[in-house]
Design a protein around this ligand. Structure first.
Ligand SMILES: Nc1nc2c(ncn2[C@@H]2O[C@H](COP(=O)(O)OP(=O)(O)O)[C@@H](O)[C@H]2O)c(=O)[nH]1
Length: 406
């Protein structure tokens, strides 16, 4: 299925280089420098003969935690992380192919949220490691990707993997990506009014494919990722006195107290012994993260949405879906399970103390944020046809084929 889709994809991308007279395998390496981890995707493509077109044969994937932003004050550690992950590329790509295999790294919310000079120092360390490597280092191989591209490239990945890009783009699936620092929503509107009623022009992105221009509704909300939402809920965003302050929330088990780290900072967090921990109070706390921030587009009920990243991880943690199979969930399932987790917290603290907060945030984001109906069905996926559900595949296709996202 993947191979067919790729064949069709490549078929319509005239800019794809086609070596003459012999079939060959070629490789490309995409690093995803996210706020909570760094991941490597090593793609193996097959190109057979001049008339036949490449297919995606395999993806090697590996991830490490924490993300590069945790090393804001120790940038050499960013280089070390990437050098370690490069071993996966060296093992996967035959030595003879190294010098024509491109390395690309795109950073997302973790680096967007850092002070520019700190982010730059991290990227420079990565660039040194790339330059020292035996691989091909194209121009602009290390950069921070903007939120629009992150949303559009995830949409391209998922619609490519589901075979929706060819022939029937009207059936294209929408994507919901919940990272640590930011969250993205992207879909192909069918109605003019969806495009015309966006709050700002940058909620619409265009790219070229099949001699036509796709026009997508897309937005990345920086600071609305799951870990950033925890910070706001706890009242810890931008706070000082982290050594002595304890950030409390009704979303945490009453007797819980621990340290929690994100973006290179460590916070003391605890339940609120003076209030009733539980769904209602938690919901009020979490609502302030979403209220007045998230735009509600038209037509949300006209597309199938694939939800991945933390939507998937938390649905697994909450026992709503199988960790291998994924599955379909209605928006109301998140709310129902959030209530159960939060209201049982005092008697039976969950294995993950943040599960009540995270589930409540997800349900709030979907309903009060984006405006999904309770009955909307979401497709929860980690992989599609054995390929990671992520913007990374879209990004490598964009690297080769210049989709001119704008
Ligand atoms: N399966 C899978 N999950 C990913 C991949 N990249 C990111 N994630 C998930 O995305 C979430 C964290 O997003 P992250 O990239 O750290 O945050 P961001 O910087 O805000 O986009 C976690 O649930 C990760 O498991 C990937 O390539 N494959």
């Amino acid at each position: 299925q993947v191979q067919t889709s790729l064949l069709e994809w490549c078929n319509v991308l005239p800019s794809l280089s086609r070596p003459a007279n012999h079939s060959r395998i070629f490789y490309s390496v995409m690093f995803d420098a996210g706020s909570t981890g760094t991941r490597i995707h090593v793609y193996t493509f097959i190109q057979s003969g001049t008339e036949e077109l490449p297919v995606l044969d395999n993806e090697m994937f590996h991830s490490v935690k924490p993300g590069l932003s945790a090393y804001a004050d120790y940038p050499q550690m960013a280089g070390k992380t990437v050098r370690m992950l490069l071993r996966v590329a060296k093992k996967t790509v035959p030595r003879l192919e190294w010098k024509r295999t491109p390395l690309v790294l795109r950073a997302t919310a973790g680096l967007r949220l850092l002070a520019a000079e700190k982010a730059q120092a991290l990227l420079e360390q990565v660039q040194h490691v790339f330059d020292d490597s035996p691989f091909l280092v194209p121009d602009n191989s290390v950069s921070i990707m903007n939120g629009t591209n992150e949303g559009v490239l995830a949409w391209i990945s998922l619609n490519f993997l589901t075979g929706n890009l060819q022939g029937r783009p009207r059936n294209a699936v929408g994507i919901l990506d919940l990272g640590g620092g930011s969250t993205q929503i992207t879909f192909l509107p069918k109605l003019r009014k969806t495009i015309e009623s966006v709050p700002l022009p940058d909620y619409v992105a265009r790219f070229d494919l099949f001699n036509s221009t796709f026009e997508l509704y897309t937005h990345s909300y920086l600071g609305s990722g799951l870990m950033a939402a925890r910070l706001v809920t706890l009242g810890a965003l931008g706070a000082e006195g982290l050594e002595w302050r304890v950030f409390k929330s009704s979303c945490l088990p009453k007797k819980f107290r621990d340290e929690w780290s994100f973006g290179g900072l460590t916070y003391q967090v605890s339940g609120d012994p003076d209030s009733h921990a539980g769904y209602k109070l938690c919901y009020q706390e979490v609502l302030k993260v979403v209220k007045g921030i998230i735009h509600q587009p038209h037509e949300l009920d006209d597309s199938v949405f694939f939800a991945f990243s933390y939507y998937f991880d938390r649905a697994v943690d909450a026992g709503l879906i199988d960790r291998v199979q994924g599955g379909e969930l209605q928006v109301r399932d998140f709310k129902k399970r959030a209530k159960e987790v939060c209201n049982k917290m005092t008697k039976h603290p969950p294995v993950s103390p943040f599960l009540c907060m995270d589930m409540t945030y997800i349900s709030c984001l979907l309903k009060d944020g984006f405006g999904f109906k309770d009955s909307t069905v979401l497709q929860l996926s980690k992989k599609v046809h054995n390929v990671e559900a992520s913007w990374a595949l879209g990004a490598i296709l964009d690297h080769f084929h210049h989709l001119k996202i704008r």
